[in-house]
Design a protein around this ligand. Sequence first.
Ligand code: Z15
Length: 797
Amino acid sequence: MALTTSQFVREFEDNALALFADELDQLSPQQQYQALAVTVKRYYAKQWADTKDRYDRTQEKQVYYFSIEFLPGRLLASNLLNLGIKDTVEKGLRKLGLDPAVIYAQEADPGLGNGGLGRLAAAFMDSMASVGMAGNGNGIRYQYGLFQQRFVDGYQVELPDDWLRDPDMWETRKENRAVIVKYGGQVALRPRQNGSLQAIYHDTDDVLAVPYDTPMVGYQTGVVNTMRLWSAETVPGRVHDLAEKARINAITQILYPDDSDSAGRELRLRQEYFFVSAGIQSIVTHFKRFHRDLSVLPHFVAIHINDTHPAMAVLELMRILLDEEEMSWEQAWQVTVATMSYTNHTLMAEALESWPQAMFASLLPRLFQIAQEIDRRFRLTYVRRYGELIVNQAAPLADGQLRMAFLAVIGSHAVNGVAKLHSELLKQSVLKALYQIFPERFTNETNGITQRRWVQIADPALATLIDTKIGPGWRRNPLALTRLREFEDDEQFLTDLIAAKQQNKLKLADLIQRQLGLTVAPASLFDVQIKRLHAYKRQLLHVFGILEAYLALKNGEDRPPRVHVFGAKAAPSYRYAKAVIKLINAVADLVNHDPAVNTKLKVAFLPNYGVSLGEQIIPAADISEQISLAGTEASGTSNMKLMATGAITLATLDGANIEIRDAAGKDSMAVFGLTAAQVEAAQRDHTYSARALYDQDPLIHRIVDMLTDGTIPGVATEGREIQDELLEYNDNYFVLADFRSYLAASRRLDQLSQTPLAWARLALANIAASGQFAADFTVARYGREIWQVLPSQPADE
Ligand code: Z15
């Protein structure tokens, strides 16, 4: 959009005055932020209204992305960038004596998710708008986001994330679009004249679902899509007692802080039905404003089930088609399957949701009837061709449980994993039986990230440097980054690349100083691991690498200086993960205060990792730790963000790491460890003994002993727990098995760092190859292969 600096300044001042009846310089930074956000809102409001109007007129197919998590990050800078007015506005702010960074930092970062899954959903929203696809988000407006993390004495402490204390400036409450969601009660089925059944509900608990819409501004496309988040309220005009009011408020009060772990609680089930039912109802209501015949729904609507949490969308759409639209079962089923698609994000057994049938039936009686009928017909249809065994393995109802992943596959026309390896493993393991029955439904859609946020916004030093070589075309089409390969022998450019990284490291060093009171040398290698704390992600392996360096340095060995940067939250109920947090902080205490090593080795565990902290860490990384046990990390996405800003990956052949290496070239990554197939074989044949390694390898022995021998102060309990996991429970995640090869790979990086230009060349190879991991391409592939929705502004022309 065309905007001059002086026009912006005038409008900004006007809005500040209208909002707060004061001049800008009298306002707090938070008030200045609010006035700025209102100004920006005016710049996109018309585009938003026009986009919705256009969708109604053209009836182009809509994608509804159902996700129990969204992690959009702060939106001000992103909205400015995407509107094409970021430079103008920043110039105007500086003219007014204001620091854009200070104002941006006023915005709360909505923590409406745990990790990769929620961030992916938000990236997809940004990308759909940016490639001109009609994408709609559907989720929950949690009153409190993921807890704020602090460390007290090295332990994680969780504080409530009251992110709505200051108003969210982007959302608009759409009370006129509220719907009622019903729980519990009894259903009676009465035959209708046309042979279908009418469901009559008694004694239900009714909740009002009120949508809050947030604009998803496309990158210079004029498209502004909508992320719709639902909030639970009491139904106006009804008398609720206090207990009931509390029950209603609880539905959208808090985000479950468990990542990759199915929270087996009734409230979670209520939350899931809440946003699913509200979303499906509003889709159908909107659709019926333009169409009479629901059987054409799949031509106009695609509903995507992001992980199993919204899998009951299959049941809810069936319920509405059967009970309210009076469709036959056969037709309703055909419409539902053609409308739905499902992404699986994990192979971990504990993350595959299944609900006790009794609980499900009492909270959602009509949905349970429908699930039983799906199960009955599924068995009936396939038992003859595939046999009892396979059908039992694949059916949604078994062992008193309702298995949501299976329901999602059966009720969808497409199911995908999130990286090539993961999609293959899915077919061989958890979804094997269903793959035999529905092979044509299975696809892969490798995850992606948005370079707009992680490079353009978070790493302006790199972004402007890239412009000087290949022009700004990569900002619209990230595949253009491959042209950077031409400069791999351009020493000046490589030197500039090093300088840009150095600038970012200085900034992060400053943050580490302010946050932790820790001084780190920007000349060190910044070795970064940022992700949820999980046993399978093996932060412990990274810690063991640090302990090895500690011992080596104590022993007088010389090593290039390294700063190990961690960011990770642990689920509050996850004991082991919390023990590892305490261990990292204790090891940090040990090495940071030991003058014999602390010029060469530092550990900085920054609290409260999230999107905003990621924006500060990622551009400063030299090394990207992607060290999960092969076969456990579905994809990973921090691996993509870190490569995009020129970190070199230290990795197992897991998740998307494999594709990253294929893209950047074999030598551009430091690979180590067992392959997924080797791990599988060792597990199957019980050939792995952690105890044997401990007995045979003196270094492993020494380091495992350090957990409990008092070397690391203050971890008596945690050290014991971790040691037991390794030696008594035979190291479920093969930390000791991969330790030696991890060290070797890490030493190779030390070697490489001795030749900065060689390092920079590999960093460049990574940056140049990162374009293919743009979420813009990921959503375009989903559109082509799953949703039957085409981008109107393909990035790859
Ligand atoms: C989550 O963040 C992921 C998987 C899950 O099953 C849940 Cl509940 C949360 C992550 C995967 O662990 C990660 O490998 C992947 O990159 C991400 O989803 C996005 O697909």
